[in-house]
Design a protein around this ligand. Structure first.
Ligand code: ATP
Ligand code: MG
Length: 411
């Protein structure tokens, strides 16, 4: 026997019985986001590598360790690890800054990151997300967070925690970065390897570290004081206060987490995450924030923006699994040709129907019907002669004879 080729590590087939919930995630996204004025954008799965190096940031894990990069015709290409950079590229390339603000876009689709696979972490996974361009005001931040919560609620997910933080603007952040470096200096040798690099390149990202020994350092009183202290400028602080008051108005519960900096380099001011207590260690279902400098950094007009992305596999694992849905009817017949014709007629009329291809005995066909369908539609010799069918309700066992024209209203 030939050896079996297996699915690649960190990738998965999405099977037919799982599709119901995937459709639900997609349908609710389309409904909720389009009600709020967001149009769907589909960008290519691969882009120029440089887009991610510049758009996600070359001090991030994503760009440093996780990209699927390959070369074709001397061009360096990368499978998208996330979609914000691609959406911004498309925004610029299609001249969307000329549209009246805000420009609102949403997307869904596969993303690729070379990570260590574990529960809730794959190498090909799916995200659904929104991006809003052109509004600096904190009402935009509130709308985006509200949309995320509404979407999660529509999927039946209510046991969630919204965490927010403000990273301030690049100017007020400089001050914080130098204070942080100063207070961490005595601990430099105890920081993990990654954090030692971050210390030089992007000290804010230190706070995102998941290594226990680093987390312990952030708990030292003098370090904690710096982290918990207020470093953002007055304007940024006002923006954050406004956001909080809007969330209060909208009835959205949140907590402020000063360690929340998020993995990507481009964020400023608002960052947020939504976590579930039912997911184990990979507990974030949604991450987002404001990225006012990204459009300009990628060569577009200076345009403020904010958005979020959710991991769909993590949403899936939290959603209530439905019972298998049954066929409307299973056609039971001793005449394959009559069965074929009736099945086509019912399907043409939007009924979910199947029948026996193998010409099994009547009793076997009835057994199958009661397993897979709500009704058995029986075409015996008498019925065929009389242009009628018997319809059996498989949960009550009630059976009636009807003409074929009455059949549709019976099942
Ligand atoms: P994490 O800290 O879990 O690595 P991240 O900061 O890399 O998350 P984002 O880039 O903000 O995550 O992506 C947004 C969401 O996408 C995450 O909250 C998570 O739900 C999902 N996600 C990210 N990476 C993966 C992955 N490898 N497999 C499955 N879902 C993922
Ligand atoms: Mg990650």
């Amino acid at each position: 026997m030939a050896n079996i080729i297996k699915v690649q590590k960190g990738t998965k087939d999405i099977l037919p019985q799982e599709m119901g919930l995937w459709y639900k995630m997609e349908d609710e996204a389309r409904r909720i986001f389009s009600n709020a004025g967001y149009g769907e954008l589909r960008t290519p799965i691969f882009e120029a590598t440089e887009l991610f190096a510049r758009g996600v940031g070359d001090t991030t894990d994503i760009v440093n360790k996780e990209m699927y990069t390959f070369e074709k015709s001397e061009r360096s290409l990368t499978l998208r690890p996330e979609n914000t950079a691609g959406v911004v590229r498309a925004f610029i390339e299609n001249g969307m800054h000329r549209l009246s603000a805000p420009v609102k876009l949403w997307y869904k689709g596969p993303m690729f990151r070379y990570e260590r696979p574990q529960a809730g972490r794959q190498r090909q996974f799916h995200q659904v997300g929104v991006e809003m361009f052109g509004v600096k005001d904190a009402t935009a931040d509130a709308e985006v967070i509200e949309l995320a919560v509404s979407y999660l609620n529509a999927l039946g997910l209510n046991d969630l925690e919204v965490e927010i933080n403000s990273l301030g603007c690049p100017e007020c952040r400089e001050n914080f970065k130098s204070k942080l470096k100063e207070v961490l200096k005595p601990y430099f040798n105890e920081l993990c390897e990654d954090c030692q690099v971050r210390y030089e390149k992007n000290p804010l990202r230190l706070l995102d570290c998941k290594v226990e020994s680093c987390k312990a350092i952030f708990e030292k009183p003098e370090v904690k004081e710096v982290i918990q202290g207020d470093f953002i400028c007055e304007e940024c602080a006002n923006h954050f206060e406004e956001l909080k008051s809007y969330l209060d108005v909208l009835g959205i519960k949140y907590s402020v987490n000063k360690l929340l900096v998020r993995g990507l380099d481009y964020y400023n001011r608002t960052v947020f995450e939504i976590k579930s207590n039912n997911l184990g260690s990979q507990n974030a279902v949604c991450g987002g924030g404001r990225y006012d400098s990204l459009v300009k950094n990628l060569g577009g007009e200076d345009t403020p923006a904010i958005g979020f992305a959710m991991g769909m596999e993590r949403l899936y694992s939290l959603m209530q699994k439905p019972e298998d849905d049954k066929l409307d009817a299973y056609v039971v017949s001793t005449d394959k040709i009559e069965a074929l014709k009736l099945v086509k007629y019912l399907r043409d009329n939007n009924k979910k129907v199947d029948f026996d291809f193998a010409g099994k005995k009547f009793t076997k066909q009835m057994e199958k019907a009661s397993k897979v369908a709500n009704y058995a539609v029986i075409l015996g010799e008498d019925e065929i002669k009389n242009g009628a069918v018997s319809v059996k309700n498989l949960s009550t066992s009630e059976q009636v004879i009807v003409s074929q024209s009455e059949l549709l209203s019976k099942i």
